[in-house]
Ligand binder design. Structure first.
Ligand code: CNA
Length: 444
């Protein structure tokens, strides 16, 4: 039986999601599907949507306590405890007015004059502090351990100690070389309008390729690897390899630049194949990828000589007859065997996972990070955050800047051997979201 795990796009990761909804004026929470699930972090309720505008223009100073609700809330808090109360009455999406109303209905006093100057997050924290410090409720607080935050310093120190680092990479590590990624604003998908495809992913769909190989070959030149150059991030991986710290690089890239950077074959899994080789779809003759580069550059469909020699005048052949296809994995094709052979063991062996330059939209690679043990530090380096995956630390920014920053912080022994690397480059690393542990690295 063929493997069922084919490469596919996963726009809606995460399976079933649950939202607790409630009417803060009293009705208990109910469960409904398909909406966002809230996650408390650092002991503070982060279940508010700070973007939600207050819809009613209420005069806050006029709000009065609803005695019936007050009794209900406080009895529940005393009898069931704080967690049950939160589950029943705090909704993932609440307006600032609703939070304030709850505060009043619990009998707490927060000066209306300060209402405007506090953020909704702050107001929720004030509410939580009131409840937790309310001695009349005699609350036994549940012990919830969130563990210490995974700091940048801890990450840098772990890097020096870890010896089995798994690196998952995507198109973002090659964009500095001029190869567009897929899904960014100016990425390849945004440049395919002229093909009038229902979905830009169809340019990489195996069935469609077989029906019309010209579609792929009309755009393949856009992602052909440049000659002789690799990015700072490629060379950063090489540094890890030289220090015997690289367990393996699972790359979704097809540009084969990891090999050019010197990542050895035992340390590399090209999950979606690469342009390094190609083969005839009819007779399966294997060709070096470079054999068809000039065809790709000229947007010509390359055909296999052997197969065409066999065709006689007036023979009818199918449109994909003798087409030489680069060994890259199209949607609808299976991943290379090496992926399945090694992934399980590498997931169980790694002592750190670093994900770089990928939107994590294509399965099964996208879910590798979810399969790694909880105790293993999970780091993301990307231009965009990926909120639906559980990273311990996220560095937002250009991955060449982030890897340069890491190298600079670790000292001269971590110098990246790349002509573009500048150990003196001014780079800052600033926290942008403490709850999610997200830092932005940029050059001022
Ligand atoms: P994607 O979905 O286009 O995502 C790329 C991600 O990288 C986005 O989240 C960007 O924000 C981020 N990014 C872009 N540039 C940078 C940068 N300089 N620094 C940091 N982050 C950056 O691409 P994925 O790799 O996630 O998708 C997997 C596809 C893309 C694979 O199947 C590849 O075959 C395919 N692809 C490969 C290449 C290549 O080999 N160079 C190029 C284009 C597409």
């Amino acid at each position: 039986m063929s493997k069922t795990l084919k490469r596919h796009s996963n726009h809606e990761k995460g399976g079933k999601r649950i939202q607790y909804t409630t009417n803060p004026n009293g009705a208990p929470a109910s469960r409904s599907n398909n909406l966002t699930q809230s996650i408390p972090t650092n002991g503070i309720i982060t279940i508010v949507n700070s973007d939600l505008e207050d819809t009613m223009d209420l005069d806050i100073s006029q709000l009065k306590v609803n005695e019936q609700l007050k009794r209900k809330y406080r009895t529940l808090l005393k009898n069931k405890g704080i967690l049950e109360f939160l589950v029943m009455f705090i909704a993932p999406i609440m307006s600032k007015q609703q939070v304030y109303q709850m505060l009043i209905n619990l009998g707490y006093n927060h000066p209306p004059s300060k209402y405007k100057s506090v953020s909704i997050k702050k107001l929720v924290k004030i509410l939580a502090d009131f409840i937790i410090n309310d001695e009349s409720l005699k609350l036994t607080l549940p012990v919830i351990s969130f563990g210490p935050r995974y700091t940048v310093d801890k990450f840098l120190s772990d890097l020096t100690l870890c010896s089995r680092i798994l690196i998952v990479t995507g198109a973002g590590i090659s964009t500095s070389l001029g190869i567009p990624d897929f899904r960014s604003f100016s990425g390849l998908y945004a440049q395919l309008d002229h093909l009038r495809l229902e979905d830009p992913q169809h340019a990489f769909n195996f069935k469609i390729f077989n029906r019309n190989p010209q579609i792929f070959f009309s755009i393949a030149h856009l992602i052909l690897p440049p000659d002789g150059k690799v990015s700072i991030t490629h060379d950063f991986m090489k540094v890890l390899q030289s220090k015997n710290k690289l367990l393996k690089n699972y790359t979704q890239n097809i540009d084969n630049l990891e090999v050019k950077a010197g990542i050895t074959t035992d340390k590399l899994v090209q999950c979606h194949g690469s342009f390094a080789s190609a083969r005839c779809l009819s007779c399966f003759t294997k060709y070096p990828g470079s054999k068809i580069y000039s065809h790709i550059q000229q947007k010509i469909v390359p055909r296999c000589f052997n197969c065409y020699n066999r065709v006689k005048l007036n023979d009818e052949v199918s449109v994909n007859y003798g087409v030489i296809k680069p060994d890259i994995t199209f949607f609808g094709e299976d991943l290379p065997k090496l992926y399945y052979k090694s992934i399980k063991q590498d997931i169980s062996q790694c002592d750190m996972i670093i994900v770089i330059g990928t939107s994590l939209k294509v399965e099964p690679v996208a879910s590798i990070v979810d399969r790694v043990a909880k105790k293993v530090p999970k780091i993301l380096i990307n231009r965009d955050a990926i909120p639906d995956r559980d990273f311990d630390l996220t560095f937002l920014g250009d991955c060449d800047n982030v890897t340069s920053y890491i190298s600079q912080r670790l000292g001269s022994g971590w110098k990246i051997p790349n002509e573009r690397y500048n150990p003196q480059q001014k780079l800052t690393c600033e926290v942008t979201d403490l709850d999610e542990n997200i830092y932005r690295v940029s050059s001022p």
